[in-house]
Design a protein around this ligand. Structure first.
Ligand code: LMR
Length: 397
């Protein structure tokens, strides 16, 4: 049966973890996967999470199945985070939310659902995009296109080319957009640009699928949801995949959600019924633990305030690390101006390092980055900054 099965390549991001874990060098640094580590180089267990978790453990609850769409309080909290507490769409019952297995799981159930609704549509992702977007939509049966996004010369967005591509797509094309903290580039659209994108998406009858895995890592919870809210306000059917892996530091709990905006409450009911069929045939219903913790934190004012503070601390520390890297690269004698790293947002920097330079960082220094040159600045700390900056300086010579 398996004699003709070929060896698949390692995953470009998670495969780096495997190589990193096997590396015996004590000075190794993992700037590959998008995971926030604190000043001690550890994945934090947030205080708000610990408190919610402790309260849950103390209750010694039974472990029944969740509803197919997950915990109702969780789904409601997700909608408010995305659309704001006073959203008229929520009040009108037009938003469908299903708990999902992380952001990836949300994308997958959204993709599978869309394949049923509009099987001949194509999907367009940004160039570049998160390494898994193309594979995920292709595995759901879609042809995947790429619209221009990053301009390596300016370290900004090639906005005219992006608009032109969107304008050329057939009606029904699903356009995957990073709502904030673009992965991998760290370069986001301005609010004025988002408004133009919304106009084009609406005029061309495209289907926006917003991926928001880093809400709170850019400018704050509400500010980072601005694009989602612009689309929501434009009377469009919007798909949103959200993740709490990073914002709650709950990576392994797989806590995400898919939200869909429908035209009416009746339509929302029908959409949810079909989405539940997709979920049931994929994994039946979601796990309880992570969703329950997030629901508790978001629904308990004291814990919510604690979480927002901790999220703010993570955001500020990442910013400080960006500044630290730029400064140290300069001090290490690097002639190239890395100031653009300060303007990028979220966990990543598209550093401009070539794949050969990334290979050298790994081989000579045990510093792991994605082959595209993406580095996770959220994994920098004051202990490894010098090592990283000096190594980058070395491979740039
Ligand atoms: C990343 O881009 O590194 C993260 O989103 C983790 C992942 O699943 O790839």
């Amino acid at each position: 049966l398996f004699s003709a099965v070929e060896l698949a390549p390692r995953d470009p991001i998670l495969g780096l973890n495997e190589a990193f874990n096997a590396d015996p060098r004590p000075t190794k640094v993992n700037l590959g996967v998008g995971v926030y580590t604190n000043e001690e180089g550890k994945i934090p267990l947030l205080r708000a999470v610990r408190e919610a978790e402790q309260a849950r453990v103390d209750q010694a609850l039974p472990r029944g199945y969740l509803p197919i769409e997950g915990i109702a309080a969780y789904d409601a909290a997700v909608q408010k985070l995305l659309l704001g507490d006073a959203s008229p769409l929520i009040a009108a019952g037009r938003v469908v939310t299903a708990q999902a297995l992380g952001g990836t799981g949300a994308l997958k159930i959204g993709a599978d659902f869309l394949k049923r609704v509009n099987p001949n549509a194509k999907v367009a992702i940004s160039d570049p995009s998160w390494e898994n977007h193309r594979a995920l939509f292709e595995s759901a049966g879609f042809e995947v296109l790429a619209y221009p996004y990053y301009d390596a010369q300016t370290h900004g967005v090639n906005f005219e080319a992006m608009l032109a591509a969107l304008n050329s797509y057939a009606a029904g094309t699903i356009v995957v957009l990073h709502a904030c903290c673009h992965n991998p580039t760290g370069v986001d659209l301005s609010e004025a640009q988002w408004k133009q994108i919304v106009e084009v998406v609406k005029a061309r009858n495209l289907v926006p699928f917003l991926d928001i895995a880093y809400q709170g890592f850019g400018d704050g919870i509400d500010a980072d949801a601005a694009a989602v809210r612009l689309f929501a306000g434009a009377e469009l059917n919007v798909f949103v995949s959200s993740s709490f892996s990073k914002s709650f530091s709950l990576y392994g709990e797989r806590v995400g959600a898919l939200s869909i905006i429908a035209d009416s409450k009746d339509e929302a009911t029908r959409v949810l019924s079909q989405l539940k069929r997709v979920i049931r045939t994929n994994y039946s219903n979601p796990p309880t633990h992570g969703g329950a913790i997030v629901a508790t934190v978001l629904g308990t004012p004291a814990l919510r305030a604690m979480w927002e503070q901790e999220l703010g601390e993570m955001r500020d520390r990442i910013r400080a690390m960006r500044g630290g890297l730029v400064e140290r690269l300069k001090n290490a004698g690097v002639a190239r101006d890395f100031g653009f790293v300060n303007a990028q947002r979220g966990m990543f920097s598209y550093s401009g390092l070539t794949s050969a330079q990334v290979d050298r960082l790994r081989e000579e220094f045990g510093i792991y980055a994605v082959g595209t040159g993406r580095i996770c600045v959220a994994a920098l700390n004051t202990r490894n900054l010098d090592t990283v900056a000096n190594a980058i300086a070395h491979v740039l010579k």
